[in-house]
Design a protein around this ligand. Structure first.
Ligand code: AMP
Length: 112
């Protein structure tokens, strides 16, 4: 069983931000910004590349709720999902990183 499935079933503790029947959000153990949340579906999918588009409708709504709870919607945030080996994915369970709480720099385009 993957590490995020173990978090979902309570075998590994987590610092929960928000959850519902389908999704869970918790703080990343190794934060890359002042606020670093992870958002996962409770059901196991290896990556963004392995889901049906319909999942993203509910997941988008849930991510908005997490951003609301963290109070970052006004100042903004970055969402990242790493996909498989070339995408730098380490945990093979679909997750979005939500980085916020400060200016998090630019990954593509002109540097500010
Ligand atoms: P990725 O490289 O996109 O697969 O990201 C995996 C993320 O999971 C990393 O940012 C890790 O710090 C984070 N992580 C791994 N184990 C845990 C854990 N037990 N609790 C919270 N975050 C974790």
């Amino acid at each position: 069983m993957c590490i995020f499935c173990k978090i979902v079933n309570g075998e590994i503790p987590n610092n929960t931000i928000l959850e519902n029947e389908e999704f869970l959000s918790f703080y990343d153990i190794n934060p890359a910004a002042k606020i670093h949340a992870l958002i996962i579906p409770k059901k196991h999918y290896e990556s963004f590349d392995d889901i049906q588009p319909e999942l993203m409708a509910n997941m988008t709504k849930f991510i908005h709720e997490v951003a609301q709870k963290l109070n970052v919607r006004e100042d903004g945030y970055r969402l990242i999902t790493n996909i498989k080996e070339h995408g730098g994915q380490e945990v093979p369970h679909l997750h979005f990183h939500l980085l916020a709480g400060e200016y998090v720099g630019r990954l593509v385009g002109n540097k500010k």
